[in-house]
Ligand binder design. Structure first.
Ligand SMILES: [Zn+2]
Length: 196
């Protein structure tokens, strides 16, 4: 179900169900504090800030909003378990009029994955930085498996590990866009440090 608010004469879609993929927490807070009103079918604007079930768009650097479900892939820090990958449903089409079949396979990054079931790679496990949600009065980072779409919210300890990992492995030495990654690391850190 779509989620909407009215702001400055406009009827704005902010997301679908708990995934408020169209707005960051700060954007939504600004709108609520500057006169946003309830839209038909939507919740009271301030409820979108106070309920703990909402997931907000991560404030990516220089985000042009071309991808409403944006995630940024990063290699998984050493020692992360990430249990709970989902099965993936792949449609298999028969040629010449046969009927299609859905095939269910384990996520290639999950525990049930066997090397012989997949093509080579990924060489390193990856995860996507995708969203934020309010937990205990702070903005926790939500990461997502790029293959099965399972999501995890990072505990403060895991977030600190990810920030350290990004600062070390996505520094000037290893990437052409260290400023981009530094900003992502700072944003994750700020979410856990500053109360909302
Ligand atoms: Zn997965």
């Amino acid at each position: 179900m779509g989620e909407y608010i009215n702001f400055m004469g406009q009827h704005l879609k902010i997301g679908t169900c708990e995934d408020l993929t169209d707005v960051t927490y700060e954007e939504l807070k600004y709108m609520v504090e500057h006169g946003a009103t309830k839209a038909p079918g939507g919740a009271e604007p301030k409820e979108y800030l106070t309920g703990d079930g909402w997931r907000y768009r991560f404030p990516f650097p220089s985000d042009n909003r071309s991808d409403l479900d944006k995630g940024v892939a990063v290699t998984v820090p050493v020692g992360w378990q990430m249990d709970g990958h989902e099965r993936i449903c792949l449609p298999l089409y028969a040629r010449s009029g046969g009927y299609g079949i859905n095939v269910f396979v384990p996520c290639p990054l999950g525990q049930d994955a066997k090397p012989e079931m997949f093509s080579a790679g990924p060489h390193a496990r990856i995860v996507e930085i995708a969203q934020q949600r309010v937990v205990e009065g702070h903005l926790w980072t939500v990461v997502r498996c790029p293959y099965c779409q399972q999501k995890w919210r990072l505990t403060p300890e895991e977030a600190a590990q990810l920030v350290a990992h990004i600062r070390q492995d996505y520094s000037e030495k290893y990437t052409t866009s260290p400023a981009y990654w530094a900003e992502i690391a700072d944003t994750i850190e700020r979410g856990y440090r500053d109360p909302v």
